[in-house]
Design a protein around this ligand. Sequence first.
Ligand code: 5GP
Length: 115
Amino acid sequence: MISDIFCKIINGELKADIVWQDDDFLVINDINPQAPVHLLIIPKKHFEALHDFIESDASLLGKALLVADKVAKQVGVHDKGYRLILNEGEHGGKLVPHLHIHLLGGKPLGAKIVQ
Ligand code: 5GP
């Protein structure tokens, strides 16, 4: 794992290409895009992982999906579709220890792990 770059971006210590934000979420372009559209949907409150969420945070998780659909419309991938990915832990391949959801689109995304 690398350090929590996303808190630094949220605090304004590091620059990022911001696509959308509100009080709860920041959406940025991934620095190393794996598709024509590759966004990161990041809660501004620091959660290292899903295991940090408690019942009262559930609405924030629900909101993350609403934000995803909203920004998919904004960046023009809503009609053709997109894929959301949330990596957790070593086997999930997570690198940045701050919960985030990848939104990929803009081309057919190829093979799915779950067929
Ligand atoms: P993970 O593997 O943790 O699910 O994904 C972390 C993602 O953060 C990777 O896709 C990586 O390219 C992206 N990333 C890492 N550092 C930066 C950065 O400084 N700025 C931006 N915009 N994305 C980053």
